[in-house]
Design a protein around this ligand. Structure first.
Ligand SMILES: [Ca+2]
Ligand SMILES: [Ca+2]
Length: 150
Protein backbone atom coordinates (compact mmCIF):
# COMPACT_ATOMS: atom_id res chain seq x y z
CA UNK A 1 0.00 0.00 0.00
CA UNK A 2 1.26 3.45 -0.86
CA UNK A 3 0.35 6.69 0.83
CA UNK A 4 0.41 8.58 -2.44
CA UNK A 5 0.55 12.37 -2.22
CA UNK A 6 -2.78 12.89 -0.50
CA UNK A 7 -1.34 14.17 2.75
CA UNK A 8 1.75 14.72 4.84
CA UNK A 9 3.91 11.93 6.09
CA UNK A 10 4.44 11.60 9.81
CA UNK A 11 8.00 12.90 9.44
CA UNK A 12 6.79 15.99 7.57
CA UNK A 13 4.19 16.66 10.25
CA UNK A 14 6.79 16.29 13.00
CA UNK A 15 9.09 18.73 11.20
CA UNK A 16 6.29 21.27 10.89
CA UNK A 17 5.36 20.86 14.57
CA UNK A 18 9.02 21.28 15.59
CA UNK A 19 9.37 24.44 13.49
CA UNK A 20 6.16 25.91 14.93
CA UNK A 21 7.26 25.07 18.47
CA UNK A 22 10.60 26.77 17.86
CA UNK A 23 8.92 29.90 16.48
CA UNK A 24 6.48 29.97 19.43
CA UNK A 25 9.38 29.64 21.84
CA UNK A 26 11.23 32.54 20.27
CA UNK A 27 8.11 34.71 20.35
CA UNK A 28 7.40 33.87 24.01
CA UNK A 29 10.99 34.55 25.05
CA UNK A 30 11.18 37.88 23.21
CA UNK A 31 7.78 38.94 24.59
CA UNK A 32 9.00 38.13 28.09
CA UNK A 33 12.20 40.08 27.51
CA UNK A 34 10.24 43.09 26.23
CA UNK A 35 7.92 42.97 29.24
CA UNK A 36 10.86 42.82 31.65
CA UNK A 37 12.61 45.67 29.84
CA UNK A 38 9.44 47.77 30.04
CA UNK A 39 9.10 47.03 33.77
CA UNK A 40 12.74 47.95 34.34
CA UNK A 41 12.32 51.20 32.38
CA UNK A 42 9.23 52.03 34.46
CA UNK A 43 11.13 51.33 37.68
CA UNK A 44 13.97 53.61 36.60
CA UNK A 45 11.59 56.47 35.84
CA UNK A 46 9.75 55.97 39.15
CA UNK A 47 13.06 56.00 41.00
CA UNK A 48 13.94 59.23 39.21
CA UNK A 49 10.61 60.70 40.37
CA UNK A 50 11.43 59.60 43.94
CA UNK A 51 14.85 61.22 43.65
CA UNK A 52 13.28 64.48 42.48
CA UNK A 53 10.79 64.29 45.37
CA UNK A 54 13.62 63.80 47.87
CA UNK A 55 15.58 66.72 46.42
CA UNK A 56 12.48 68.95 46.49
CA UNK A 57 11.88 67.92 50.13
CA UNK A 58 15.46 68.91 50.91
CA UNK A 59 15.15 72.21 49.04
CA UNK A 60 11.95 73.03 50.97
CA UNK A 61 12.92 71.88 54.45
CA UNK A 62 16.70 72.09 54.46
CA UNK A 63 16.95 68.46 55.53
CA UNK A 64 16.79 65.03 53.99
CA UNK A 65 13.61 62.99 54.61
CA UNK A 66 15.05 60.89 57.43
CA UNK A 67 11.84 58.84 57.57
CA UNK A 68 12.20 57.86 53.91
CA UNK A 69 9.20 57.62 51.62
CA UNK A 70 6.80 58.20 54.55
CA UNK A 71 8.18 61.74 54.96
CA UNK A 72 7.48 62.44 51.30
CA UNK A 73 3.85 61.37 51.68
CA UNK A 74 2.95 62.95 55.01
CA UNK A 75 4.49 65.70 57.06
CA UNK A 76 6.74 64.14 59.71
CA UNK A 77 6.28 67.15 62.02
CA UNK A 78 8.22 69.81 60.17
CA UNK A 79 6.61 73.28 60.25
CA UNK A 80 4.49 73.81 57.15
CA UNK A 81 5.75 75.98 54.30
CA UNK A 82 6.26 79.54 55.45
CA UNK A 83 6.38 82.15 52.71
CA UNK A 84 8.39 84.60 54.84
CA UNK A 85 11.04 82.11 55.83
CA UNK A 86 10.82 80.36 52.44
CA UNK A 87 11.14 77.09 54.24
CA UNK A 88 8.93 74.27 55.43
CA UNK A 89 7.18 71.10 54.36
CA UNK A 90 4.88 71.53 51.38
CA UNK A 91 4.21 68.00 50.29
CA UNK A 92 3.02 65.47 49.57
CA UNK A 93 6.00 65.19 47.27
CA UNK A 94 4.79 61.98 45.62
CA UNK A 95 1.41 60.47 44.87
CA UNK A 96 0.05 57.99 47.36
CA UNK A 97 -0.72 54.66 45.70
CA UNK A 98 -1.63 52.61 48.73
CA UNK A 99 -2.70 53.16 52.31
CA UNK A 100 0.79 52.13 53.42
CA UNK A 101 3.58 54.74 53.33
CA UNK A 102 5.35 53.00 50.47
CA UNK A 103 5.72 53.29 46.71
CA UNK A 104 5.62 49.96 44.93
CA UNK A 105 7.92 49.02 42.08
CA UNK A 106 6.57 47.32 38.91
CA UNK A 107 7.08 43.94 40.59
CA UNK A 108 4.87 44.92 43.52
CA UNK A 109 7.54 45.50 46.14
CA UNK A 110 8.29 48.78 47.91
CA UNK A 111 11.17 50.92 46.78
CA UNK A 112 13.70 51.26 49.54
CA UNK A 113 15.25 54.60 50.40
CA UNK A 114 18.59 54.00 52.08
CA UNK A 115 21.33 55.91 53.87
CA UNK A 116 19.63 59.24 53.29
CA UNK A 117 21.76 60.92 55.93
CA UNK A 118 24.98 59.88 54.21
CA UNK A 119 25.47 62.14 51.16
CA UNK A 120 27.76 59.67 49.44
CA UNK A 121 25.51 56.65 49.87
CA UNK A 122 21.98 58.06 49.87
CA UNK A 123 20.12 55.95 47.32
CA UNK A 124 16.86 54.49 46.14
CA UNK A 125 16.71 50.77 45.48
CA UNK A 126 14.31 48.35 43.87
CA UNK A 127 14.70 44.63 44.42
CA UNK A 128 14.40 44.22 40.64
CA UNK A 129 12.72 41.44 38.69
CA UNK A 130 13.80 38.64 41.04
CA UNK A 131 12.10 40.29 44.02
CA UNK A 132 15.06 39.71 46.32
CA UNK A 133 17.28 42.30 47.97
CA UNK A 134 20.55 41.06 46.48
CA UNK A 135 23.93 42.03 47.93
CA UNK A 136 25.49 44.74 45.76
CA UNK A 137 27.37 43.14 42.89
CA UNK A 138 26.71 39.63 44.19
CA UNK A 139 25.75 36.72 41.93
CA UNK A 140 22.45 37.34 40.18
CA UNK A 141 22.22 40.90 41.52
CA UNK A 142 19.42 42.52 39.52
CA UNK A 143 18.62 45.29 42.02
CA UNK A 144 18.16 48.75 40.58
CA UNK A 145 19.95 51.59 42.40
CA UNK A 146 19.81 55.31 41.98
CA UNK A 147 22.05 57.54 44.06
CA UNK A 148 20.29 60.66 45.26
CA UNK A 149 23.14 63.14 45.64
CA UNK A 150 25.53 62.13 42.90
CA1 LIG B 1 17.10 41.61 43.20
CA1 LIG C 1 20.40 45.10 47.33
Amino acid sequence: MTLGRRGFTLVELLVVVAVLATIAGVVIVSTGDARERAATDLARSEMLALKKAILQFRADTGAMPAGGVADLLANPGIPAWDLDRRRGWRGPYITRETAAPVVLDPWGRPYRVLDLLDPGLARIESDGPNGVDDPDGGPGDDDLRLFVLR
